[in-house]
Design a protein around this ligand. Structure first.
Ligand SMILES: [Zn+2]
Length: 346
């Protein structure tokens, strides 16, 4: 076996953890195709190949357009059971053991779908996936910047009941450069009081002030992306000192043109400087990636060694919202599986 193929095999088999994935952007292509057929089809999509072709977007505006188009086929609350199940089945095939996944129930309110209904079906789907594949997962409900603070507060009321029953925290999504995080400080304060764990997208479309706001105004425990932190050396020093985890999504950043090329992405620099870097796939189906592919890119384009990759999966465990006891048990499992891989392939 060539060394390149060997690395590929090991990455494929290695145990993984995912902390930044949007369920609605991760629906496997076959599942999405079946959903489109069930809802009467689309004249431009007559095969899975057509659908793959259609999802190849040209710029960010086109991406948003496709996101909305895709959502038009999700019309019933019970669709979410199959969405969760199929996304988790796909991740389990990549040996992903644990996921904290975003969902954005507000996107479906105009069709009469309720936040509670969507959440309950997602929990059903993820429990079924756990029984069938042994994969564990927790939900993070997305608060959308453009929706306003009142809707954010309402989201807490609607989802608090599911804390500890499949839901673990809140995230902040939507347009980062148009809507700064500051007004959401009361929502985050209240969320913390009620026991939600806290993360927010920051440092993707906007620069360091957005990341500072997520830390200082919202009190986030992790940063969704944080890719543009390098624009402020003081911020880098702070992130290192406090070991605030960054949920980095390299392929996503290239596809949405946050960075020009893989080589210009700062993940290597962050890792070498000792920041708490984790590897994630964001909207894998929309970005034509997988978590396995994210690791492959790091090995092939940015010279990360297998030891580096192992370290980053362990970072993911540390950065997760699991209890210390659960973290220890997952770490043990990962260590065992890495040892087996070493014995088999290295
Ligand atoms: Zn994201």
């Amino acid at each position: 076996m060539s060394s390149a193929t060997k690395i590929e095999v090991i990455i494929q088999k290695a145990p993984k953890i995912e902390l930044h994935l949007h369920l609605e952007g991760a629906i496997p292509i076959e599942t999405l195709y079946a959903l489109i057929q069930r809802r009467g089809g689309d004249p431009t999509v007559n095969s899975i190949e057509d659908l793959e072709q259609k999802l190849t977007y040209t710029d960010f505006a086109h991406f948003i357009e496709l996101w909305i188009w895709k959502n038009t086929f999700i019309t019933e609350e019970r669709d979410f059971e199959d969405i969760a199940y199929q996304v988790l089945r796909n991740l389990s095939e990549q040996n992903v053991k644990y996921i904290e996944a975003f969902y954005s129930p507000g996107d479906y309110a105009h069709k009469g779908l309720t936040v509670q209904g969507i959440t309950e079906y997602l929990i059903k789907g993820k429990e079924r996936a756990r029984r069938d594949f042994g994969i564990r997962s927790e939900l993070i409900v997305d608060i959308v910047r453009g929706d306003g603070v009142d809707v954010g507060m309402q989201r807490l009321d609607e989802t608090e009941h599911y804390l500890g029953k499949g839901l673990i925290g809140i995230g902040l999504g939507g347009s980062e450069h148009k809507f700064p995080a500051d007004p959401y400080a009361p929502v985050y304060k209240e969320a913390r009081r009620r026991g939600f764990r806290l993360t927010a997208h920051a440092g993707e479309a906007a620069g360091p002030p957005s990341i500072w706001a997520a830390i200082r105004k919202l009190g986030c425990e992790r940063i969704g992306h944080g890719a543009r932190a390098h624009e402020d050396p003081k911020l880098i020093a702070y992130l290192k000192e406090k070991q605030i985890p960054l949920e980095l999504c390299v392929v996503s950043n290239i596809r949405t043109k946050v960075f020009e090329s893989f080589e210009s992405h700062p993940i290597r620099q962050y890792y070498d400087r000792g920041l708490m870097v984790t590897v994630n796939s964001d909207d894998p189906v929309m970005f034509n990636t997988t978590l396995t592919q994210e690791y492959m890119v790091l090995a092939q384009k940015l010279n990360f060694t297998l030891e580096d990759l192992r370290q980053m999966t362990m970072n993911g465990v540390v950065a997760s919202f699991l209890s210390e006891k659960e973290k220890e048990s997952i770490k043990d499992q990962f260590t065992r599986e890495w040892q087996q891989l070493q014995e088999q392939h290295m």
